[in-house]
Every structure is written in structure tokens, then in C-alpha cells.
Design a protein around this ligand. Structure first.
Ligand SMILES: [Zn+2]
Length: 399
């Protein structure tokens, strides 16, 4: 009977010499060819899609000695292993070829369970438990990493959003800390049910917070002396009168752990002046907005203003009107306004060239390099370091 070298080899290895065995061998040979074909197919695929097939590594035993007893490496293809408990579907011989990727599902399969001897069932169950544990651990770890990545993205989005709103760094810090605390205390569920429409927020501020805050200030003014600051200003064509109160109160200090005296400086009212800003109009504003009780009227000890005629004119100015019924007030004409006025009048008396020179010097030293040079000259001559003041033609100019 004609036999290839390969046939002989196989029949010798299996030790079977009967004609039936030879027949088997020839079937085996056919199956082996098929097997080689499928292995080379997997190899090809493996070559194309390197990441799809896990390669054999002793790590797959997951610290289990039992698994290494029946799972064997396939030397010719490192993406396959053999299960020595199960017969291969093609060759019908023990040693089922399994892609490394499918190893764990095979061990958990009914087929493998059926092929496992009864006295090894406990070991198998133990192995399945170990695998499930490790796989769950891996999945949880992966999910944790994904969540962390998403959290970082969401965090950066939120910070970017706040920066786009031109909030200062310290406002962002405060807002962030508030949200963090509220989240810890599980107080953020309102986000689902409430709107932040600007008209609504404005209503809340005017109709909800304002009356209650005003009440708190009035409570303070009822029980202690205070001074009143009053001024008018024009904003986009509207004339407004602002009332501000200033008084001392005790407040708990967390660091010092005791009550300390603090100065309260509160805006009490902003009123539209409409057409008139006379002393009488100002008086009705003060009467209506501030003097809501006799105690508050009595506790007013001082008044600060910019010396405008509607306030200071004898008999018809606000201060005269307030002091009509014998009340005494400490009347402080704001010294900054006074100083500003005297400077304005003095400058008019100076020769024009002098002011031009002052302006020229101020512009000259507006450049940091020129300031640095001036500093160098002063240092070299051991002189105190001085710079010319910046010209501020407008009153209250900052910077
Ligand atoms: Zn098996």
C-alpha cells in the first residue's frame, strides 16, 4: 500500500499498524492538512490584524497549576493552545485546538465540563472561579480608567466654560468649592428641576433676597448708631440717588475663635431721581427708604457727601432739612472731593508751559525701560529710588 513519509511517521507515532489504523491515519492526515490550512489562515489573519489574537504566554495560566496540566502550548502557532481534555472536532483526538482569545470561554463551556473526569470537577470549578474573578477585576479596572479619563475631560470643559465667562480665578475657585461641597452633601438635585433664566434670577434677587436683606440691615440700624453716605450719579441718561449706611457690628471670627468688631458698609437703596434732585426730593428719599422707624431716625449720627448744593444749601439743602427739628448731625464734606476741587482751581493759575512740562514728563516715564533707566541712575548715585507720579486728569481714576 503506497504511503507517504508523513503517513509512516504518524502511524509509527500512534503505534497503530492494522489496516483500520492505517485508514484512520489517512483520515488523520487529511484532517491535519485541514488543520494546517486553518492554522495558516489564522496566521495570515494574525499577520494582518496583529491585535485581534492574543499570543500564548504563561500568564494565561493565571497562577493555576491545574490549568497548566491540560492546556498546552502549540509551538507552530503562538495564537493557539490545545486542551488535552477535549477531542478536536476535526481529528477526534484529544487535544482540541483553541484560539488563545477563546481559552477562558472554552474552560467554562459545557463541552469541557463533560470531558473533565468527575474527580477533577472541584478543581475545574475552582479554576472557573479564579478566571471570573480576574476577568471582573480587569473589566472594573478598565471601566475605572475610562471614567477617570471622562472626569478629566468634563473638568477641563467646566474650567474652560468659566474662563470664557470672564470670571476671575478667585471667583472660579469659590464657585468650584461651592459645587464640590454641595455635591458631597448631595444638594445638587435641584439642577434637574430649576431654570437659571436671567429674568428669573433677577426676580429672585429683587423680590426674594432684597426684602430679607433689607430687613437684616434695618434690624442693625434699629439698635446702633450709623452714618449715611449719599450721592447722585448719572448712568446711561438716568439720574440715580444712592444711599449707603456704615456702622460697627460684632462678627464671629473663625481663626481667632471670638467675636470681633467689623465695619459694615451696606448699600441701602438706589432710587431713580426722575426730573428733580432738589433738597426736598432727597429728603423724601431718605424719609421713605431709611427712616422706617423712630429708632432708625434717632440712630443717624453722621452724614458724608460731596458738598453738592442740593445737600448743603442753607434752608433748602438736605442737611438743613434733616436738622430742621433740632437733630444734630456730624456733617462730613468728603475731603477727597474738596482736595480735588482746590487742585482743579489751583492748576488754572499755573502758567501753561508748566502743565505741558508735567504732562510731557508723565508720558515720558510711562515706558518701563525709561523707568528702569531712571532707577539705574538713582542707584549709581546712591539716591533714594523715586518715580514721577502718573498724571490722572480724571477724578477717582484708578491705577
Ligand atoms: Zn477542554
Amino acid at each position: 500500500m503506497p504511503q507517504s513519509k508523513k503517513h509512516k511517521k504518524i502511524s509509527n507515532r500512534s503505534g497503530k499498524t492494522s489496516s483500520k489504523a492505517l485508514d484512520n491515519d489517512s483520515t488523520n492526515s487529511l484532517n491535519q492538512k485541514k488543520m494546517h490550512k486553518s492554522i495558516s489562515f489564522i496566521n495570515q489573519k494574525d499577520h494582518k490584524q496583529n491585535n485581534n489574537y492574543t499570543k500564548f504566554s504563561t500568564k494565561i495560566f493565571r497562577d493555576s497549576n491545574y490549568m497548566s496540566e491540560f492546556i498546552k502550548e502549540v509551538k507552530s502557532n503562538n495564537t493557539l493552545v490545545k486542551c488535552m481534555k477535549c477531542p478536536d472536532s476535526e481529528t477526534k483526538k484529544d487535544g482540541k485546538f483553541i484560539i488563545v482569545n477563546n481559552l477562558y470561554s472554552h474552560i467554562k463551556s459545557k463541552q469541557h465540563l463533560n470531558n473533565t473526569p468527575a474527580d477533577e470537577k472541584d478543581k475545574l470549578n475552582e479554576l472557573i472561579r479564579l478566571i471570573s474573578e480576574k476577568v471582573t477585576e480587569k473589566v472594573t479596572d478598565q471601566k475605572h480608567k475610562e471614567k477617570e479619563h471622562q472626569d478629566i475631560k468634563n473638568y477641563l470643559h467646566f474650567v474652560a466654560f468659566m474662563l470664557r465667562q470672564n470670571l476671575s480665578y478667585s471667583q472660579i475657585e469659590n464657585l468650584g468649592s461651592y459645587l464640590q461641597k454641595a455635591n458631597q452633601d448631595k444638594k445638587l438635585s435641584f439642577l434637574k428641576g430649576f431654570s437659571f433664566d436671567e429674568r428669573l434670577v433677577s426676580k429672585i434677587s429683587q423680590d426674594c433676597f432684597r426684602p430679607s436683606m433689607l430687613e437684616l440691615i434695618k434690624d442693625d440700624l434699629n439698635t446702633r448708631p450709623y452714618s449715611l453716605i449719599i450721592d447722585n450719579a448719572t448712568f446711561s441718561g438716568e439720574s440715580l440717588c444712592a444711599l449707603k449706611v456704615k456702622y460697627l457690628t460684632k462678627e464671629w471670627n473663625k481663626d481667632l475663635e471670638e467675636n470681633i468688631t467689623v465695619i459694615k458698609n451696606k448699600i441701602l437703596a438706589l432710587t431713580n431721581l426722575k426730573e428733580s434732585s432738589s433738597g426736598q426730593t432727597m429728603r423724601s428719599i431718605v424719609e421713605n427708604k431709611l427712616f422706617t422707624s423712630e429708632e432708625i431716625r434717632d440712630n443717624l449720627y453722621g452724614i458724608v457727601h460731596d458738598n453738592a448744593s442740593s445737600l448743603t444749601s442753607p434752608n433748602i439743602g438736605l442737611i438743613s432739612l434733616l436738622m430742621q427739628d433740632g437733630k444734630e448731625l456730624f456733617d462730613l464734606k468728603d475731603p477727597c472731593h474738596g482736595l480735588n476741587l482746590s487742585l482743579k482751581h489751583s492748576l488754572k493759575k499755573l502758567p501753561e508751559e508748566l502743565m505741558n512740562f508735567v504732562e510731557y514728563m508723565s508720558n515720558h516715564f510711562a515706558y518701563p525701560q525709561r523707568k528702569a533707566l531712571l532707577r539705574k541712575v538713582q542707584e549709581e548715585n546712591s539716591l533714594p529710588i523715586l518715580y514721577p507720579k502718573k498724571m490722572a486728569p480724571t477724578r477717582w481714576q484708578l491705577g
